[in-house]
Every structure is written in structure tokens, then in C-alpha cells.
Design a protein around this ligand. Sequence first.
Ligand SMILES: *Cc1c(COP(=O)(O)O)cnc(C)c1O
Length: 407
Amino acid sequence: MSISSAQANNRPAILDLKPVLDAVDAVLGAAARPVELHEPRFGARERELVLDCIDTNWVSSAGKYVTRFEEMVAAATGSRHAVAIVNGTAALHAALVLEGVEQDDEVLLPSITFVATANAVSHAGAIPHFVDSTWDTLGLDPQALEAHLDTIAVWRNGAWVNKQTGRRLRAVVPVHIFGHPVDMAALGAVAAKYDLVIVEDATESLGSTLNGQGCGTFGHSAVLSFNGNKIVTTGGGGMIVTDDEAHARHARHFTSTAKKAHAWAFDHDEVAYNYRLPNINAALGCAQMERLSAMIDAKRVLAERYLLAFSDFPGARIYREPKGSQSNYWLNTLVLDREYTTERDRLLGALHGHGIRARPLWTPMHLLPMYWDCPRSPLPVAEEMHTRCINLPSSPFLAESANKNKV
Ligand SMILES: *Cc1c(COP(=O)(O)O)cnc(C)c1O
């Protein structure tokens, strides 16, 4: 028996923090401290395109960069159409309404997600219904979803209804957490069985693929985000992508006040939103998109370094992309062994004291006060995930500073 497995058998209940800090330091090399969780970098190209908006007076929600940015994002995901939106939350809201989610419908989503997913469901007047996650992907667990629906769903007056609340079950929103794709084949089967529309929350997974297919192309529509901490940023921004041309046309109309195209008349044909992305933001996005594949390559190099630094590590490991997928590794995740879940906050304190801006997983949605009363499946994995996961700094440029220092 090797020494390390003998040690593993009588591991102390207290996690030795020094080796964790050393391993993270080895990966981050000489990067300036503090090291933020995820930061953008802008260059001459960003400046050039943003200045062009100012110099030409095209700063608002029409202009060539909006169209160009939409084309670049459609190409990067493998979608036919893309509609630029003012941020990811607004894009989710609009996407849900456009998919037919109505007041008092229930929308299924993982409890482990950023609060925007649940908020968008609420903005649409619907009720978030939380389901469990799986360690296989960190995302929604299709088997847990199916078992739950088998228990609570009934077919009534031509629709699947939650028999505990009497409300219609309308849609499911899988979230590709930290860039790792949800098992979309399994989810697709459950969604088909219960007649649920799939709206992908692909806000964290630009450029990730599953069996060669881009995240954002599995559902009828999907949503991306270009917030300041995402891989590609427009300051704030979002996108709805879909292969359905009529749907894309409606999305564009619905998010730009439903104004009928006309040289001078102001005519509108439905209650709609002012959700379109300004040209000046899209210009930033175009410059960033030119570097998308280089940024993903760098993030995958960084992930490999984390994986290596924590391989055979006593007490914790780095989360590896699911089988068959190529993740963009938006955020690297350190998973503590079960016996160390009580050590999470002590470790976060030590990392912060050391200039490493790590953070815990989001508080699960069902534990937030505004969502306490929402329907839910049993959530054992979500609660465990929350206590065991820590995100580590993952900006693409960190791979460069690590390389230069040959760590
Ligand atoms: C970033 C993000 C969003 C959208 O956020 P915005 O800041 O509104 O662009 C939605 N869901 C998840 C899971 C996210 O990470």
C-alpha cells in the first residue's frame, strides 16, 4: 500500500491549507496579486472599434457592429441566428416569454445557478421550480428531473401540470455551469416526454461543445451573456441564439419596442421591450470575439495546470470537463473531499488573505429568501455541491503569466 493511500485513510479532520496555497501559487506564477476571479483585458483593437462608434456617431442600438457581433456569435456557437440583447438576464427574460412562458407557469431550473436564471423566470411572471444537479456535469441532473416529474406531473386539459400546485409545467432551463455542458441528449428525452420547451442558459459556455456540437444549439433557443466577468465582454450584454428564422425575427422585433419598419412612421404592434444592445457595446464585443479561440485555448491551458497541480492531492481535486465535451473552463472549480466541507470558509479566508480572490459556489436558489416558497425536487446534490466547491482565478491571461514563469 502506498504512503499516500495510508495517509488518506487516517486523514486529519482539519485541512492543511499551506499545500493548497502552494498549489494555487504554482499555477498562478508571477501574476500580480491580488488575482481576481475573472478579468477582461482590452487592447488596441477594442479601442479602435469603440472609437469608430464615437467618431461616426453610431453609438446606439443600430449600427454595423451589432450586426457583425451577432454574426460572430452565431458562428462561434454554430447557431443560424443571433439577436444582441442588453444583458444576459434580459435575454433570458425575453427568451422565456418568446417561448410561450406565461404568468403562473412553472419553469424548471437547477437550484445551483447564478440568481439571474431564477430572476428571469420571475420577470416573466412564472414560478421557478428547482431541480437537483449532478456531479457528472455540475449542471441539471436529467435523471433526477425525470424521477421528480414522474412523481409530480399529471396530464390535465391538454398540458402537463404540477399536481401539487395545479400550475402548468412549461419550460426547462439547463445551465452549463462554469462552461461544462449539461447532458443534453438525456435532458432532451425528458423534455420531450413532458412537453417542456428547452431554453439553454449558455451564459457561461460560449465556445464549449458537447460531442462537437456548440452549447447554445441544443434547445429551441439559448441565451449568452457578455457581462464584465464572462469570457467575452461588451461591458454588459447578452444574446439570444436560435436556428429558427421566424423566432429570431420575432425576438429582434420584441426586444426593440416592436416598432414596424418604416422610414418615418412610429407604429408598434405589441407590448414589447427596449432590450437591444447598443452599437458601442457591440464594438467591444467584435474586438473580443476576434480573440475568442485564443482565449479558450489559454483557459484550457490554465485548467490543465490546475488539474496537474491538484492531481493526487490529499483533500481536494480540480473539476474536469464531462466526458465527450470540450469546456471553455470559464471558472476552474476546486472540489473539497466530503470530510472537508466544514473547511470551505477557512480555506476561502486563507486564499483571500493570500491575494487570491477565490469564491464559493452561489448560494443555491432554494435557500434565498425570495425563493424559499418555490416548488422543488429533493436537492441533496445541490446542497452538497454548495459546501464543497470553490472557484479559483480563471482569467485567460493567467495562462500567459504562468507560461512565462515556467511554473
Ligand atoms: C452571467 C449569467 C447570467 C446573465 O447575467 P447578466 O449579468 O445579466 O449578463 C445568467 N445566468 C448565469 C448562470 C450567468 O452566469
